[in-house]
Design a protein around this ligand. Structure first.
Ligand SMILES: NC(=O)c1ccc[n+]([C@@H]2O[C@H](COP(=O)([O-])OP(=O)(O)OC[C@H]3O[C@@H](n4cnc5c(N)ncnc54)[C@H](OP(=O)(O)O)[C@@H]3O)[C@@H](O)[C@H]2O)c1
Length: 281
């Protein structure tokens, strides 16, 4: 079994990765402040830890906040992966760099494959695209794994927020013209583990099957949690102003992973599993 080192191990995906690899072999989990990926000393720390694989789940993920602090976002999302790639190069490790569907502009009706040119819009998206490029310029043994609309344990994801808002307000307004791939963090962890075994480096879109609007996602969650009678008004994104305009249709296609037999189940099945795990315990 490989020695896996996970950065950002306290984050939503980091926790799912840590529990997946926990029983599989040697596991090292790094969290900040002890292990800050913007610190150049992280290069030496990786080399000393001498893992077989580093999975970088650390990131500045506050998309709206990044607009006001671009330097900070680029430090974490671009310089961080560069340092980790340098550390991997020093000890012969593979890097799995987690990235985002937002590296694409997300034009209406488009479905994005791994081979397409990126077209990032927001500061966050540009910093993540820069992270992909920095890692690729430094290391050959590199998987770039783009995910989207993550949900899992904890309260900082869309289904958890929708559930809390439903309990608080008794009625909801949800955007119906923004589309993505709702993706269950534990499913990503399982798919990453399979991908690592292939040694077929490159770019992958590891998302749950199917796409949804935020409205579809919210109403399915309410149905699965027995609250289908709760009134939900579909609204357009312009009625829900934000400091950044999210890509309307940054929907990813898992072509490269599927070619290797790595398929993630439909998001509705994953959401069902999430509800069983998070709501019935
Ligand atoms: N969430 C989504 O819907 C989504 C969608 C597409 C792509 N992604 C990508 O998926 C990955 C994981 O996202 P997530 O939702 O798990 O994010 P998350 O819950 O915000 O976790 C990110 C983790 O990174 C850590 N971190 C931040 N700055 C750091 C630094 N300088 N050094 C070390 N650690 C640092 C944070 O530490 P603290 O715990 O101390 O804050 C946090 O634990 C990211 O690459 C993100 O860009 C996420």
């Amino acid at each position: 079994m490989p020695h896996v080192l996970i950065t950002g191990a306290n984050g939503q995906l980091g926790q799912a990765l840590a529990s997946h690899f926990d029983s599989a072999g040697r596991l090292t989990c790094w969290t900040r402040p002890r292990y800050d990926i913007t610190d150049p000393a992280i290069v030496e720390a990786v080399a000393e830890a001498d893992p077989d694989v580093v999975i970088n789940a650390a990131a500045w993920t506050d998309v709206d906040g990044a607009e006001k602090a671009p330097q900070f976002a680029f430090n974490v999302n671009a310089l961080g992966p560069k340092y980790l790639a340098e550390g991997c190069a020093r000890c012969g490790a593979t890097l799995v760099q987690i990235s985002t569907n937002e590296v694409f502009a997300g034009e209406a009706g488009r479905f994005y494959h791994e081979y397409e040119e990126t077209s990032p819009g927001s500061v966050y998206a540009r910093s993540k695209a820069a992270g992909e490029a920095a890692a690729a310029a430094t290391l050959d043994r590199l998987f770039i794994v783009r995910v989207a609309w993550l949900f899992g344990a904890g309260s900082s994801n869309f289904p958890a927020k929708i559930s809390a808002a439903a309990d608080r307000h008794g009625a909801l307004r949800v955007v119906s013209d923004e589309f993505g791939n709702p993706t269950y963090a534990p499913d990503v962890a399982e798919a990453v583990a399979k991908l690592m075994e292939t040694h077929r480096y490159g770019i992958y879109h590891l998302v749950n099957d199917g796409c949804a609007s935020r409205y579809d996602w919210a109403t399915e969650l309410l149905r699965l949690t027995g609250r289908e009678a709760l009134p939900v008004d579909p609204i357009i994104a312009q009625e829900w102003p934000r400091p950044t305009t999210p890509p309307p249709h940054a929907v990813l296609v898992n072509q490269a992973g599927a070619a290797l037999g790595i398929n993630l189940r439909h998001w509705r099945d994953a959401l069902h599993n999430y509800v069983q795990n998070e709501f019935n315990s």
